[in-house]
Design a protein around this ligand. Structure first.
Ligand code: C5P
Ligand code: C5P
Ligand code: ZN
Length: 486
C-alpha cells in the first residue's frame, strides 16, 4: 500500500490506547515468540515498560495454541502483553479475557484470525489490538513485530523518557523477519530506522549486501554468497580464493585473510567493481548484479567486526538462541548484557550454522517433490521443527527447486506432532498467494492450527495427516491463484 500519514497516525492512536492500558496495569506479563523478531519485540516492550515503572515479567513461547493460552490463565499478572503473536489467536484470547482470566494487549503483525471490520459482538472492544494490518500497513514487509512494539514504546514515553534508542532493536527484528527489500526497509520500518539514525544508535550506508561482512574472512564472505549465484564464486571455495588473489589489493594481513570491515573504502569499491565485471562477463542478470549493493544497517553502539554490529548478523545470533530453547540468552543480549550471554550465544550460533548447512545438504541430496502449483519436502526428524522454515526459505530458488512456486516443509516436533512451514515470493503474493490463509484452512481441515503472513506462514498438525493436508493446500492454492488471474 502507499503509506499515508493517516495510516501512521491511526497506528499511533492505537498505540496510545494500548499504552494507556499498560499504564493502568498493576503488573504485566509480556509473552513473546521465539525468533529474532519475537526476541527484539520482547526486549523493546520490556525496556519501555520498565522505563514507565510498571512491574513486569517477560516470558517466551514456541507457539500460542490452546494449551499455552490455558497455561497463561494461571498468571497472577493483571495484564498479558502478547508480542509478535496473538493476532492469529485473538478470538481465543478474547474468550479468556471475557472470562476474567487476564486483560490482554496484543502487539503483533501477523494476519488476525477475524476480520477487523466484522460487526460481531466479540469485536466491540478491540482497542487493545495493535497490528499494522488493521491500518492497511503490510505486516510482512512494512512493519515487523518489533517495529509494532517500537510504536508502543514511543507511546509509553513520558517526562524525559526517550525510547528512540530502541529503534536499533526494531530494525534487527525487521531484518530478522526478512522485511528488507533490495532498496532496504520500507514504510514505517524505514521511518523507525531514520529515528534510530537521528538518535545516533544506527548507521545506514550503501554497502555490499553479502551476509557476514563483520565476521567472515573474505574468501568465506564470497563463497557463501549463494543467494546471488555468482558463477565460479558462490559455493566455490577455490574460485573465491582465485578471485581474491587476482585482485591488485592487499586482501591478507599478517598471514591471515582480512574481513570486509577491515578494508579501506577504496579497496571495497575496487572489489565491488571487479565483482560486477566478473558477474557481467559470466552472464549474471542485471537484477542480480544490482542487488550486490543495498542499504546496510549498523548498530553504532556495537564494536565493528563483531556479530552484533550489523543487523543481519545480530538477527542470526538471536535466532540461534531462542530457536534452540534459550530465549533468555537472546533477550539478555538485546538488553545489553555481553560477556557470558554472548559466549553462550556464539556457541549456539555454531550449532545453528551447522544445522542449517546440514538441512540444506539434505535438500540438495534428496530434493523436493514437485506438484503442479507448489513444491514440498518432508524432513521427518532430520531438521529441527524450529528451523525448518528457515531452511525452506533458503532453498527456495536454489537448484532443484522452482522459484515460481511456493514451498512447504514438514518436520516432526518434540511434542509428537508435525510442524509445517511455508515460504513464497513477492511475485506470487502479487498474484494472489496468501500462505497464512492456506496454512490456516489446511491445518483446520486436519485438526491443527496455522497462520502467519501472506509470504511466510506455519502450522502445527497431527502426525500422519500430511496427505490430507497436501490435498487441501492444492485446493486452496488453486482458488487463490485462479481467482487472481480471472
Ligand atoms: O513470526 P514472525 O513474523 O516473526 O516470522 C516471520 C517469518 O517469515 C520469518 O521466519 C521470516 O524469515 C519469514 N519471512 C520470509 N520472507 C519474507 C518475509 C518473512 O521468509 N519476505
Ligand atoms: O515457523 P515458521 O518460520 O514457518 O513461521 C512462519 C510464520 O508463520 C511466522 O511468522 C510464524 O509466527 C507464523 N506462524 C503462525 N502460526 C503457526 C505457525 C507459524 O502464525 N501456527
Ligand atoms: Zn515477527
Amino acid at each position: 500500500m502507499i503509506l499515508t500519514d493517516s495510516a501512521i497516525s491511526q497506528l499511533q492512536n492505537r498505540a496510545d490506547q494500548c499504552a494507556n492500558y499498560l499504564l493502568d496495569s498493576k503488573s504485566v506479563l509480556c509473552i513473546s515468540h521465539i525468533d529474532a523478531d519475537g526476541l527484539t519485540s520482547a526486549a523493546i516492550a520490556t525496556q519501555a515498560i520498565q522505563r514507565a515503572n510498571i512491574p513486569l515479567e517477560t516470558a517466551f513461547s514456541k507457539r500460542l495454541g490452546e494449551p499455552e493460552l490455558k497455561q497463561l490463565t494461571k498468571t497472577d499478572h493483571e495484564t498479558i502483553l502478547f508480542t509478535d503473536f496473538g493476532s492469529g489467536q485473538i478470538e481465543k484470547i478474547i474468550e479468556y479475557s471475557e472470562k476474567g482470566n487476564f486483560n490482554p494487549i496484543i502487539c503483533d503483525h501477523h494476519q488476525p484470525s477475524i476480520a477487523p471490520s466484522s460487526n460481531s459482538h466479540t469485536l466491540i472492544d478491540l482497542d487493545f489490538h495493535l497490528n499494522p494490518l488493521l491500518f492497511e500497513i503490510d505486516g510482512a514487509s512494512e512493519l515487523s513485530g518489533a517495529g509494532t512494539c517500537y510504536f508502543l514504546a514511543r507511546a509509553l514515553e513520558s517526562g524525559s523518557v526517550d525510547n528512540r534508542d530502541l529503534a536499533s532493536l526494531a530494525v534487527v527484528g525487521a531484518i530478522g523477519d526478512m522485511q528488507a527489500r533490495d532498496k532496504g526497509l520500507i514504510g514505517p520500518n524505514k521511518i523507525i530506522a531514520q529515528e534510530g539514525v537521528d538518535k545516533g544508535v544506527l548507521d545506514i550506508k550503501l554497502d555490499l549486501a553479502f551476509y557476514g561482512k563483520q565476521t567472515r574472512p573474505l574468501p568465506k564472505l564470497l563463497e557463501y554468497s549463494s543467494e546471488f549465484g555468482i558463477p565460479s564464486i558462490s559455493n566455490n571455495p577455490s574460485g573465491s580464493i582465485r578471485f581474491l588473489k587476482n585482485l591488485d589489493i592487499d586482501v591478507r594481513e599478517n598471514g591471515k585473510w582480512k574481513f570486509w570491515v577491515d578494508l579501506s573504502h577504496s579497496d571495497k569499491k575496487a572489489i565491488v567493481n571487479e565483482l560486477v565485471k566478473h558477474a557481467i562477463s559470466r552472464g549474471l542478470s542485471i537484477d542480480k548484479i544490482s542487488s550486490f549493493i543495498s542499504p546496510v544497517y549498523e548498530l553504532t553502539q556495537e564494536l565493528s567486526g563483531t556479530a552484533l554490529r550489523e543487523a543481519t548478523e545480530f538477527s542470526t545470533i538471536l535466532n540461534a538462541t531462542a530457536r534452540y530453547g534459550r530465549p533468555d540468552v537472546g533477550l539478555s543480549i538485546c538488553l545489553g548484557n555481553r560477556n557470558k550471554s554472548l559466549t553462550r550465544a556464539k556457541n549456539l550460533l555454531a550449532v545453528h550454522r551447522k544445522n542449517l548447512a546440514e538441512g540444506i545438504g539434505l535438500l540438495n541430496r534428496e530434493g523436493v517433490v514437485m506438484e503442479e502449483n507448489f513444491q514440498w519436502f518432508h524432513a521427518q526428524d532430520k531438521i529441527r521443527d524450529t528451523i525448518v522454515g528457515i531452511v525452506a526459505g533458503m532453498v527456495l530458488g536454489m537448484d532443484g527447486t522452482d522459484p515460481n512456486k511456493p514451498i512447504f516443509a514438514f518436520a516432526k516436533t518434540e511434542e509428537g506432532d508435525l510442524k509445517v512451514s511455508s515460504r513464497g515470493t513477492p511475485i506470487l503474493v502479487k498474484n494472489g498467494l496468501n500462505l497464512s490463509e492456506v496454512m490456516r484452512i489446511s491445518a483446520e481441515h486436519v485438526g491443527g492450527e496455522g497462520g502467519g503472513h501472506d509470504i511466510a506462514a506455519g502450522a502445527t498438525i497431527p502426525l500422519q495427516t500430511e496427505k490430507l493436508f497436501l490435498e487441501q493446500i492444492k485446493t486452496t492454492l488453486e482458488l487463490q491463484l485462479y481467482n487472481s488471474s480471472s
